[in-house]
Design a protein around this ligand. Structure first.
Ligand code: MG
Length: 190
């Protein structure tokens, strides 16, 4: 006897065509940390902040963009930032981290997903992020191609953590399948 159960979203998607295989939403998580070093600019979220030290690293050390990049890559189960842009490759030395983020967004687009929203927590002793939060959120929103109200940013001091010389970023992203509506329409017209 044929099943009377309503097909699940993934069943419907698989029947609609190969381009909508898989879930319609995905979540990704990214983490990164960098050590403060004197004599280099401080970049967080694609914004240069006035501070006496910057974040060291093979690229520009932008801890927030690295965590966002890994969250996006993780959401589509792609290789992580270290695998795509290995620090052992001199090619990436001093690279603007926007390059890494754009590659993750390209892979996301190729997989048929767009960013719904993201949320980040920064942990660092200094500088205070509050005065720069609006600029960072605006820049990240611009890079992700979403409205500013889809970019959350909190900053905390490392209380109880021995992290006075380190900046840490945790990021979660939510993705939405972009081709699902188109594919459903195609199925109905058959
Ligand atoms: Mg990093």
């Amino acid at each position: 006897m044929p099943s009377t159960r309503k097909p699940t979203t993934s069943n419907r998607s698989q029947r609609a065509g190969s381009e909508v295989k898989g879930p319609t939403t995905r979540i990704g998580y990214g983490f990164d940390s960098h050590e403060f070093k004197a004599g280099i600019p401080l970049k967080i979220g694609g914004v240069t902040l006035t501070h006496d030290r910057g974040l060291g690293g093979h690229s520009d050390g932008d801890v927030l963009l690295h965590a966002i990049t890994d969250a996006l890559l993780g959401a589509i189960a792609a290789p992580d930032i270290g695998a795509l842009f290995p620090p052992s490759d001199a090619k990436w030395k001093g690279t603007d981290s926007v390059v890494f983020l754009r590659e993750a967004l390209k892979r996301l687009g190729d997989a048929g997903y767009g960013v719904t929203n993201m949320d980040a927590s920064l942990i660092l002793a200094a500088p205070k992020i509050g005065p720069h939060a609006a600029a960072i959120r605006a820049r990240v929103a611009e890079l992700l191609g979403v409205a500013v109200d889809r970019v959350g940013l909190k900053a905390k001091t490392p209380e109880g953590l021995d992290l006075e010389n380190t900046a840490v970023a945790h990021v979660v992203v939510m993705l939405q399948k972009r081709k699902a509506a188109h594919a459903r329409k195609k199925k109905r017209s058959r």
